[in-house]
Design a binder for this molecule. Structure first.
Ligand code: GTP
Ligand code: MG
Length: 258
């Protein structure tokens, strides 16, 4: 069972609720590899009918056709949705354009929200065109809300990543671990690596079985014993970095994550 709901998250959830009255638009950063499990239902409820832009982040690591299908599905629900690669200035600039369009009616205040490690601070930095907010490939880097001025008429608030106190399904749990939304000390890498490889085998995704990976990467010790723990960690890091290719773990029309 993977759960992670530290104090700073509960506090961030309250701050997001309080700040909502001040903001005109919310940018929700959702990892494009897990558009379903990567959306926090608590945030969804808290945001209510506030104008929302969904940014499918890490689109450079996700399967392009599946990202297009998710964008269509979101747009059909009346949500403004765009695919973002935070390291690609042009894709973040599309968020800036949407915010600037809104700013014609006075100052626009935007808030960037999402689960941990989904690329919120990277979006903020991309919008500002400088590394103002701290980013790192680890969940739980941003610990408090912070406002930044983008232009005379646009302000943007970075927020800490928030997960629900209870992650809905075991499927969502391993998927969130696999995309780095949960700190590595909160889960068993062998279990998550096993779940990922079973998923890959079932879906015909081009991910090698952990045994083959361990052998190829030299995790087999003398006597044939495999260093399972380190092999699993390395396997998950390879997936996270896109070394197995561009893979999306959820489609808009599958009922897997119920
Ligand atoms: N490949 C790729 N990496 C990204 C993208 N966006 C962010 N990253 C990387 O993902 C990691 C996490 O990014 P952050 O911007 O710190 O994520 P965050 O949502 O602010 O994380 P917390 O503050 O911990 O909740 C960093 O190593 C980023 O460089 C993207 O579009 N593509
Ligand atoms: Mg952050």
């Amino acid at each position: 069972m993977i759960q992670w709901y530290p104090g700073h998250m509960a506090k961030a959830m309250r701050r997001i609720g309080e700040a909502l009255a001040l903001v005109d638009v919310v940018v929700e950063a959702i990892d494009a590899r897990v558009p379903r499990s990567g959306a926090n239902p608590m945030l969804d409820r808290a945001l209510g009918r506030k104008r929302r832009i969904v940014a499918l982040t890490r689109s450079d690591l996700a399967d392009p056709a599946t990202t297009r299908a998710w964008l269509d599905a979101l747009r059909k629900r009346g949500i403004t949705a765009i695919a973002v690669d935070a390291h690609e200035q042009r894709s973040v600039a599309r968020i800036a354009t949407l915010l600037a369009a809104n700013a014609e009616r006075g100052t626009t205040r935007a808030m960037v929200v999402g689960i941990p490690n989904s690329g919120k601070s990277s979006i903020v930095n991309g919008l500002l065109r400088r590394a103002a907010a701290k980013t790192e490939n680890r969940a739980g880097i941003t610990r408090r809300t912070q406002w930044f001025r983008l232009s005379p008429h646009v302000e943007v608030m970075d927020t800490p990543g928030v997960l629900p106190p209870k992650i809905a399904s075991t499927t969502s749990q391993w998927k969130l671990a696999a995309v780095g939304a949960v700190p590595s000390e909160r889960y068993d890498p062998e279990h998550v690596a096993r779940s990922l490889s079973l998923w890959a085998a079932h879906h015909g995704a081009g991910i090698p079985p952990p045994e083959a990976f361990a052998a190829e990467r030299g995790f087999v010790r003398r006597g044939g014993k495999v260093d399972e723990h380190n092999a699993a960690q390395s396997y998950l890091r390879a997936f996270e970095a896109g070394k197995f290719g561009r893979i999306t773990l959820e489609k808009p029309d599958d009922a897997e994550a119920t």
